[in-house]
Design a binder for this molecule. Structure first.
Ligand code: ADP
Length: 497
């Protein structure tokens, strides 16, 4: 194949091995889509304690055993293991360093609810180990695609520590930002701990961020290309100081090299016609079978089953980003609409408590599952009539796109990727695929849910809407094409230099 690219894809979570949110889905689906288009893609991630070596057939790689990685004057010995992404030929390397990664939590210690105190060391080591491992593989990547702050120091290291290394001479770095609010910010005291000079924390440097150190800022300053996960979010982080999270100026400096590409859906995993995790598979032609999933969900939720009562699903990290403040503020008005609400999520203990109170007060109308449960997530997608995402901001959001495929009508706030994917069905009855509200206010959300409930009462119109939604295609190939075009453009530009 002409223009076959070697793409090294780096993420600290990759589904199904390790997942806390959307990044894991992307980090599995995009490499798959790139591979299917004929490119040589390899993925690297940490080997966490709860990734089963047996279940995923991880193998040792002789050449990649006992790799010494220096961090702050200390030598850490890392080994890599490899496996394939399930049902593909995409190779995944797991970097194994037990003192840092043999944990069941990835970033936040669930015992304390706080970030692990050694996160800077852990992910700095990961970044360095990636570069050393790839050299030992003798596999020179054309593209090094990093994701979020945990891998953002790779472009910086290449610019500052590996600039004369011929092995990386061809490499182009891409940094994708999945959520600008997570930046990897640490006190300046981490610099010597990482073996970096204190001067690197001086104002105006790549790493310095309001007197602290930001891994993400260094990545944004250093990568050849920066992407975010939807066009609207890309514009928002450059224009809205709140969403810019202190990095607005840095992003504006790089605006020629920054673009938003909407994530896709892995229809191999999220498709009611093939979904092995739901009780009854269905398609637009067999919508009666969707109702069987609704029945199963009612049972799971402890609700009396009633086909005439709309079930509204929510699956989410429980953080202030996701709009639970609105749900809590509006609960009485929402429940007056005679809906049943199913919430699956984990996160901030404040929301755990708040939602527990709501569920306790309304057991027939609110079901709450405070856990991470992929099977239940699929059942909620299949068994709900509507899916609520009242996010304060949403870089892309995946569940609204999953919901479309499951004929579960999204109700979303107009922000980020939600604004790029959902069209209000009242405002545009021909193309509408959900219900949209703009203001981040409880009343605006309740109005949108009310409109959805009214539409639900018109059975014929509702079925038509479901069918239109199920037909929509947000497959990864579209997004993968966009990434490939950008990769190739950068490659050509680099060759000309
Ligand atoms: P974010 O990356 O901000 O968490 P996204 O909408 O992009 O949000 O992706 C969230 C992904 O994580 C989806 O695949 C969703 O189904 C999944 N998810 C979130 N919370 C849970 C949970 N408690 N149990 C199972 N899956 C979850």
């Amino acid at each position: 194949m002409k223009n076959r690219l070697r793409v090294l894809y780096l993420s600290t979570e990759v589904a199904p091995f390790a997942k806390t949110g959307g990044l894991a889905d992307v980090a599995s689906a995009l490499p798959k889509a790139l591979f299917e288009q004929g490119h040589d893609v390899r993925v690297m991630m940490p080997k966490y304690g709860n990734i089963s070596e047996r279940r995923y057939t991880l193998r040792e790689v002789i050449r990649l055993k006992d790799i010494p990685i220096g961090v702050g004057g200390q030598e850490h010995v890392v080994s890599a293991k490899s496996a394939f992404l399930p049902e593909t030929k995409v190779q995944v390397y797991f970097l194994d360093y037990k003192p840092f990664f043999e944990r069941s939590d990835y970033y936040v210690d669930s015992a304390t609810g706080k970030d692990f105190p050694d996160n800077a060391q852990r992910f700095f080591l990961f970044c360095k180990a990636v570069l050393e491992t790839i050299k030992l593989l003798h596999w020179e990547p054309h593209i090094i695609h990093c994701n979020d702050w945990q891998t953002a120091l790779i472009p910086w290291l290449l610019k500052n520590h590996y600039q004369d290394d011929p092995f990386f001479a061809k490499a182009i770095t891409v940094l994708s930002i999945h959520n600008l609010a997570f930046q990897g910010i640490f006190p300046q005291s981490v610099l010597p701990e990482l073996g970096l000079a204190a001067e690197l924390g001086q104002a105006g440097t790549d790493l310095e961020f309001y007197g602290k150190v930001s891994f993400l800022k260094a990545g944004i300053r250093s990568a050849d290309l920066i992407t975010t996960v939807s066009p609207t979010y890309s514009a928002e982080i450059q224009s809205d100081p709140e969403l810019g999270c202190g990095l607005q100026g840095v992003l504006l400096e790089r605006k020629e090299d920054l673009c938003g590409i909407l994530n896709g859906v892995d229809y191999g995993i999220w498709n009611p016609e093939k979904d092995a995790l739901i009780p009854v598979k269905y398609s637009a032609a067999t919508l009666k079978d969707k109702e069987k999933n609704k029945k199963a969900l009612a049972k799971e939720a402890g609700f009396p089953f009633d086909p005439t009562v709309p079930v509204v699903g929510m699956i989410s990290r429980l953080t202030s980003q996701k709009g639970f403040d609105l749900v809590a503020a509006a609960i009485d008005d929402l429940l007056k609409l005679k809906i049943q609400l199913v919430i699956l999520g984990t996160g901030d203990p404040v929301y755990h408590k708040q939602l527990e109170k709501l569920a306790k007060a309304h057991p027939k109308q609110v079901a709450l599952f405070l856990k991470f449960d992929d099977t239940l997530a699929h059942l909620i997608e299949a068994g709900s009539d509507m899916f609520l995402m009242p996010s304060l901001y949403e870089p892309c959001g995946l569940n609204q796109m999953y919901s479309l495929k499951y004929g579960t009508i999204p109700i979303v706030r107009k922000t980020g990727g939600l604004a790029d994917t959902i069209i209000d069905a009242d405002a545009d009855p021909t193309n509408g695929n959900g219900f949209v509200f703009a203001e981040y206010k409880a009343k605006a959300m309740v109005d949108a849910v009310r409109r959805a409930v009214e539409a639900f009462r018109d059975e014929k119109g509702w079925q038509k809407l479901i069918k239109r939604c199920m037909k929509q295609d947000f497959s990864w190939q579209l997004a993968a094409d966009k990434y490939i075009r950008l990769y190739l453009k950068l490659e050509t530009a680099k060759k000309k230099k």
